[in-house]
Design a binder for this molecule. Structure first.
Ligand code: PLP
Length: 447
């Protein structure tokens, strides 16, 4: 009997035994090409020597020191490096242990910022449908994925959700991509005016939407307009880069490519690259100074925050991204992956869209791609494609609910930045056979 409370109680999972480069090997010696980095985590693959060495060195010196008593050199160096690399005025880093904790920290800090400024009437957040910000109750509340929220809806705080900027589903024939992006951004202003802008704390969004919509990049100008609206009404802009940040889209911070500055940014996943659990919330000098010159104390904290081994590992991850020139490689390999996917799936009957940025890509599956009719939700294509891919030795990240949280399916890809051109071919082939086998099998159920 398995005593682990698994994600899926009845899943029979292979036992992971070791990792080498972009592959994980199970106990039986079977290899799995990691095309999704787990869930956009393992950006350096599974055996990076410099990261492993940094972890060994830190553990030998000191594994953990509570942040209420000590700081560590590794934490200071990592904060310096993140701040030096970040766009705009992000000047302070709050280390936690994962993405949801980073988002919770941002939400609470945003509220405390306004409390310290005497604007205590600000109590609401606005976010977007089809977004994901984590599974803890605050993060789930701002998240906009119907499926993930549904069972817990009575426990969630009230949050205003505006439309996602998702051109494949939302852009009308009569408008340009730019006009569509502006129309979507203007929904923020409309909602602010409806609820009273003086009651709103912050708008939170993923610069590139990950898990719940599949590598959805906003139209050009969208985030600039969002920034303008936030500035006009004194509302903070929190960008959730837990999945799309730390080089995944080809720049260390995803929002660098939007030409905007954030008041807070959340990061995790690729920051630790899977070698240790870590997340972080970065805040502007204005926010930090307001707390520092006010109560002097952010009313928050976690036991494992700023864990010495985790920050030492992450510092080595960021150094490796620099030293191995991985950001330019992500841009080149990302374009190559897009081209390979487009070529391989060119004549496939059920592929509606192939999209993304850098090594953050997704394929959206449609039963009828001309009319944009998805496969029935009951087909559960996501679980079947995942199982088929694992059978073929490929890890990918298929999800349901792409269209509206209920309907639609996509497969998210987020391979390690070290993936070679040949391995991109292996990825594309195995993915093709997995999607092809399952979609053809279930087509009849959907028409
Ligand atoms: N925010 C985004 C954008 C995410 O994609 C995720 C996880 O997928 C989270 C937050 C939550 O991160 P974690 O699973 O580390 O709590």
């Amino acid at each position: 009997m398995n005593h682990i409370f698994q994600r899926h109680c009845h899943a029979s999972l292979p036992v992971a035994a070791r990792g080498e480069g972009v592959y994980i090997f199970d106990q039986m010696g079977k290899s799995y090409l990691d095309a999704s980095g787990g869930a956009a985590v393992s950006c350096l693959g599974h055996s990076h020597p410099a990261v492993k060495a940094a972890l060994h060195e830190q553990i030998d010196q000191l594994a953990y020191a509570h942040t209420g008593f000590f700081t560590t050199e590794a934490a200071q160096n990592l904060a310096d490096k993140l701040v030096a690399s970040a766009p705009g005025k992000l000047e302070h880093v709050y280390f936690v242990s994962g993405g949801s904790e980073a988002v919770e920290s941002a939400l609470k800090l945003a509220r405390q910022y306004f409390v310290e400024k005497g604007e205590t009437q600000r109590s609401r957040f606005i976010s977007r449908k089809q977004s994901y910000h984590g599974n803890t109750l605050g993060a789930l509340s701002v998240g906009g994925n119907a499926l993930r929220r549904e069972p817990f809806s009575p426990l969630l705080m009230p949050v205003e959700h505006i439309s996602a900027c998702f051109a494949y589903h939302g852009q009308q024939a009569s408008e340009t991509a730019f006009e569509y992006g502006q129309r979507m951004a203007n929904e923020l202003e409309e909602r602010l005016l409806e609820v009273g802008p003086e009651t709103v704390i912050a708008f939170i969004a993923e610069p590139v939407v990950g898990a719940t919509a599949g590598a959805v990049v906003a139209e050009e100008g969208y985030f600039k307009r969002i920034r303008e609206i936030c500035d006009k009404y004194g509302v903070l802009l929190i960008l959730d880069e837990v999945m799309c940040g730390m080089g995944r889209t080809g720049t260390l911070f995803a929002h660098e490519q939007e030409g905007i500055e954030a008041d807070m940014v959340t990061i995790a996943k690729g920051l630790g690259a899977g070698y240790q659990p870590i997340g972080a919330m970065m805040a502007s000098a204005e926010i930090h100074n307001t707390i520092s010159n006010g109560s002097g104390f952010f009313q928050h904290g976690h036991t494992y925050m700023g864990h010495a081994t985790a920050v030492a590992g992450s510092l080595a991850v960021l150094n490796a991204i620099d030293q191995d020139a991985l950001l330019p490689r992500v841009r080149v390999a990302g374009d190559l992956l897009q081209a390979k996917l487009e070529k391989r799936f060119e004549n496939h009957a059920f592929i509606g869209d192939i999209r993304g940025r850098g090594l953050f890509r997704a394929i959206e599956i449609m039963a009828d791609k001309e009319k944009k009719i998805p496969f029935a939700a009951s087909t559960k294509l996501h679980t079947k494609i995942k199982a088929q891919a694992m059978e073929l030795g490929l890890m990918c990240y298929p999800m349901p609910g792409t269209v509206d949280g209920q309907e639609g399916h996509h497969v998210l890809l987020a391979p390690p930045f070290i993936i070679s051109d040949d391995q991109l071919d292996e990825l594309t082939d195995k993915l093709y056979f997995s999607i092809d086998a399952i979609t053809h099998k279930h087509y009849k159920e959907s028409v």
